[in-house]
Design a protein around this ligand. Structure first.
Ligand SMILES: [Zn+2]
Length: 267
């Protein structure tokens, strides 16, 4: 009789322990799921949150866009280079690499598709920070606003896809999610900015136009250096090897060094 009692007690206690362990695992998993979903809200939840909000602003410089970073005791500058689509200015990138210049590369999905091997080489270079330049290279709008004759995304879903399509692509190839987003044309409305922030992103703006969409002459590119301050973010391109950008950069880098600046990357 006693042996039976002991046997059933052991079975009972074991069962209770198993239940507790199970419950604990369930709670841990649930918390983890919540943390993940907190970082990247679902499209559906964003559609509910922003359903009745109409944007009033449209631009490349507004609240919520990181255009200038805090100054530091020893002056710093952030060179950023976009690859929208098109070719690869390898000579420019090799120059940065050989001279150990840190830089931020904003890369669009279309460029990655065309230059996957080069993309992986860039992603493995510790001098460079890889950031998100959109999926279809659209201005970021919730209602289809345009700039420079390029039509923006036209819904919350459009904004979501423009950011997360390329986020997924970059994550699959590098195992890392970018922290900064810069839209094609660098234009936004304030609702789109808010959605990007909900998705865990900072907006990669700029305070000095480096190469004017790779249209500036070498002389103009050099002249722009006069506008640089401690903490400035400069915007250039590395997808247009036929432009004057590389010729300008070869002068800009030593000029900034002479002025006492060192180079940092956004990350
Ligand atoms: Zn671009």
């Amino acid at each position: 009789m006693n042996k039976k009692l002991i046997f059933f007690s052991i079975v009972g206690i074991s069962f209770a322990i198993l239940l507790c362990v199970g419950a604990l695992l369930f709670i841990t998993q649930n918390t983890r799921d919540k943390q993940t979903s907190k970082k990247t809200p679902s499209l559906e939840s964003l559609q509910v949150k922003y359903a009745s909000i109409t944007p009033k602003l449209w631009g490349e410089k507004m609240e919520g866009i990181t255009s200038l970073l805090p100054s530091e005791a020893s002056p710093v500058v952030y060179l950023t280079f976009d690859a929208c689509s098109g070719a690869y200015d390898k000579a420019l990138i090799d120059y940065l690499s050989e001279n150990k210049i840190e830089a931020t590369l904003f890369i669009n999905s279309r460029w990655i598709d065309k230059h996957e091997q080069d993309f992986l080489t860039l992603a493995h270079n510790p001098l460079f920070s890889i950031q998100n330049h959109g999926t279809l290279h659209r201005p970021l709008s919730v209602n289809g606003k345009s700039i420079y004759n390029i039509k923006g995304t036209d819904s919350i879903q459009g904004v979501y896809n423009e950011i997360m399509g390329n986020d997924k692509r970059i994550f699959e190839l590098t195992g890392k999610h970018p922290r900064y987003f810069r839209s094609g044309t660098a234009y936004y409305d304030e609702v789109a900015i808010s959605i990007a922030k909900d998705l865990g992103y900072e907006i990669g703006g700029f305070d000095v136009l480096g190469d004017g969409g790779a249209t500036f002459s070498k002389e103009k590119i050099i002249k722009q250096v006069n506008k640089v301050k401690n903490g400035s973010i400069l915007i250039y391109h590395f997808n247009k090897p036929k432009s004057d950008t590389f010729a300008g950069i070869k002068e800009v880098v030593p000029l900034l060094q002479k002025k006492g600046f060192s180079f940092k990357k956004l990350e």
